[in-house]
Design a protein around this ligand. Sequence first.
Ligand SMILES: *[C@@H]1O[C@H](CO)[C@@H](O)[C@H](O)[C@H]1NC(C)=O
Ligand SMILES: *[C@@H]1O[C@H](CO)[C@@H](O)[C@H](O)[C@H]1NC(C)=O
Length: 399
Amino acid sequence: MKVDGTRRPRWGKRRWRTVAVGLPVAVVFFFGIVHIFNVSISLINVIKDDPKPPFPSSWGPLKQFEPGEDPDLTGLTRDVTPIHCHSHNDYWRRIPLYEALKWGCTGVEADVWLFDDDLFVGHSTNALTRDRTFASMYVEPLMRILDRQNAIDPDFATSEEAAKNGVYEVDPTQTLVLLVDFKNDGHAIFPFVSAQVAPFREKGYLSYFDGNSTIPGPITVVATGNAPFDYVIENATYRDIFFDAPLDRLYQEPFDGNPPTMDPKPSANHPTIDLELHRHAPLRTKRESGQGTVGTDPDSHFDLTNSYYASVDFKKAIGWAWFGQLSEKQLKLIRGQVQGARKAGLKARYWGTPSWPVGLRNRVWDVLIEEGVDYLNGDDLRAMTKLDWGLRRHWGWLG
Ligand SMILES: *[C@@H]1O[C@H](CO)[C@@H](O)[C@H](O)[C@H]1NC(C)=O
Ligand SMILES: *[C@@H]1O[C@H](CO)[C@@H](O)[C@H](O)[C@H]1NC(C)=O
């Protein structure tokens, strides 16, 4: 077609306008399609896979056990491979605690509220009921499970000093993290949690710090939410409630090459000043609340004499996964935080990772595992335990 010289500039302008508007639309459209495709793929997997039900058929239809009502515990964790998944708000599961154990999760979380001198479990105050207490939902069932795992036929008894078995039959050295999320006044809740886990303490079921090193046990009590760090470290010679350290404050500039190994001998009086730490955690001036803040100061030092998990809100610390992808900067942040946690001997955990769409959630989980986080945090236990955890890494108590 012949185009005369005077019209050519107009055609050009219009074409550029089309490109300027059309290109972004095409890009958005393209990523939209990719995203829908991703989500569909993961949905197909969820529909297709129908693994064996997590409970023996003798348990009958799944139902919520009434607190205090004992399901048949025989073989509860037989054949279960413990992996490092953390059952977020575990009391939301149809069968709190047991479901997490059956899937092999080695961390369960209970939100506790202090009212009338007792600890009640629930996400918010209007979800609380008299019978759903910390003792009835977690302490008592765990005592029954552990007593059974540690019942010794007198004919085979060797020594009273023998290490106690954990909840998992295939690996009795695997500790179970009981993450207690302090919902209201942390300083007021602390002595109640300490008193209510006394039955574990008396039977030697707790991991504890003896003033020199941390001795692992079947249950590791970790305090989060408004849990006060100053109370956790108050006693220098004995601790059995560990802190959920602020993962973002442990950041260390990541380096390429082999992942760092943990400090062979962390100690409570470790005077290292981490400059990165201060860059990423500005001095706190106002009174803080929430995970990893209460009772801490800018000089607080977190290691395995006082902490177990090192956690942070994924959305707050890392941000959004735009178009389902994490940027190089975000990956570097994760790498540096995980590295800092490792160095301190703590287990890195992100909470508040995207839970929907499923494709995005799985992608973020994959990245986190790839980057070496120690615990996945989530509500969908089946999905977490079915992920490819690489070598099915799995740690003993001293991990
Ligand atoms: C302190 O712990 C180290 C290992 O962590 C051990 O070798 C040493 O014997 C312990 N010291 C005391 C006094 O218990
Ligand atoms: C620390 O705890 C131990 C064991 O409960 C206790 O015997 C000791 O008196 C406590 N020390 C302090 C300074 O409170």
